[in-house]
Design a protein around this ligand. Sequence first.
Ligand code: ATP
Ligand code: MG
Length: 255
Amino acid sequence: MTRIPKSHPRYWSLLYREKLVEGLEKGMTAVEGLIAHGRGEAFDYLIGERTIEPAERAMRAAVAAFLLAKHPVVSVNGNVAALVPEETVRLAKALNAKLEINLFYRTEERVKAIERELRKYGAEEILGINPTRRIPGLEHERGRVDENGIWKADVVLVPLEDGDRTEALVRMGKLVVTVDLNPLSRSARRANITVVDNVVRAYPRMTELAEEMRKLGRDELEGILRDYDNRLTLSDVLIHIRDRLGKLAEEGLPD
Ligand code: ATP
Ligand code: MG
């Protein structure tokens, strides 16, 4: 599919941009989603475009929470459907979680296009097609959720999510996990567990962790969750960025 030469030094970054443009053309992704991706890319540059230790720590806690959950739900939006559709289906299966399409800029066409894409990769049950409930505190379209999905979920994964919605879900008493490259965003600060990593790296890693950690007992999983501190994780991300930039400033930028 790609028109990008593999030899280009920014091949991966360009490839994911192209995937988003394709998501737009397929009717899955909102134009605003492209802007959100650009903001994510900027933070990925600062982090060093790799999975850092605080993200690994958050992923372990997130997987523990999912494996302990009664009604776990993985939410899908237009950017995620464009970037990692197959990985989303795999992750939800590994976590034994339901999939729910949940859009900030909801239109029926976008929901259908995303549903089609997820089915291509083997998704069976997909929620969020006819959401009948509403998250308290959010106005009409933005707050619509599935009665059997996010509405009754105890643990939810809402990647690349808007801060206001993250906050509303936390207020409903759910354990909220987000994946967000910006450690300063409201979502990152409001969620219970924040994975500061690119979703394209985080999802395959979380799937691996789910397969490993499934062998652990409930008490071990509870221990991992209990020992996790999201404030500390976010400050460790900022320390990582500060130290990295400090080093680059002193040593001179690499070629
Ligand atoms: P908030 O509402 O939480 O304060 P925001 O308004 O800055 O955040 P939104 O557009 O609401 O941004 O949310 C999208 C978030 O997703 C941004 O914080 C952005 O950094 C992040 N993001 C974009 N692309 C990716 C990606 N590929 N992987 C992980 N995070 C990403
Ligand atoms: Mg926002």
